[in-house]
Design a binder for this molecule. Sequence first.
Ligand code: KG4
Ligand code: ZN
Length: 338
Amino acid sequence: MATLDFPQTVIAIETSCDETAAAILRGTELLASEVASQIAIHQEYGGVVPEVASRNHLRALKPVIQKALDTAGITIGDIDAFAATCGPGLASSLMIGTSAAKALAASQAKPYLAINHIEGHLLSPFFGTAEGVLPSIALVVSGGHTMLVEIESFGNYRLLGRTQDDAAGEAFDKVGKLLGLPYPGGPNIDRLAKEGDPARFDFPRSMLDSGSLDFSFSGLKTSVRYLLPKLESLPIPDLCASFQEAVVDVLVGKAIQAVKATGKKRIAVSGGVSCNSRLREKFRIACERRRIELLIAKPSLCTDNAAMIAYVAALRAANGESSSLTSDIDPNLRLATR
Ligand code: KG4
Ligand code: ZN
């Protein structure tokens, strides 16, 4: 079953990295989705500091849960199931969200559901659609992951390709740092690229014609690094636009190759990098031309949030599934694929 035609109320907590989030879903209706971002805190360090992240989750989580309940206009007693992200992510951050969800579930004598963060991203393009999860080629592009997955149905996934080194978002963030931009680099490169020339620098489209559906972004980052000392001044918008164009060409190109290889007629794009305006535009053009149906997660569902976790939890609950209160976190959790 991949639709949510049942009236359960699920709360989900997401604390895998630097966002403290809680969301409440009743059937198909998102009653609340709160995100307390730590970006401003981590900007000072140029990246996420695990110890700082977990301390701030601890501080932010209770108010975030309360805000979600207030926005939804319900109390904790109205919740039918309690979910949290159990991996992958930072161990000390995952511990905080899962411990809270387990404690609340135990206190209310309701089920607990441990949810895989990658599956949250993977299915987020289907959230709010009438049909629910449909057979597709899915591209998950975030700060930690870059993968192509063939979705047959909810829970039935085949891994087609993944990055062999940096994730796409990681490449954006590292290049942002090289260019002296604030953390995270992705949204800043996106903004500055709008004023730049994407053809000014010809950066490599790594592995685009390799015949495999794997990715590699570390060479691209290295070519930016080698270029910078050779330039008299830094044309930041042109560098942003040219780098972004190279990443987008590879992501769109590989997704189209996956469509050709599998015969699937639908592409579902998710993860923080799917906020990128050029990626969204190039996917739209490529899919229109080939009559491929395109689903891209709503911007509020692209970066880390708890609504996508609540959606997977609700689908599991609808299947009658739950997790043991003794189940552990797994910082290296993988997506279950065949
Ligand atoms: O999904 P997400 O919030 O966290 C992970 O699970 O990793 O993704 C965060 C990543 C960061 O690398 C960030 O730079 C990137 O998504 N990102 C973007 C944009 N917005 C966020 N990358 C490119 N363009 C954007 N507009
Ligand atoms: Zn994420």
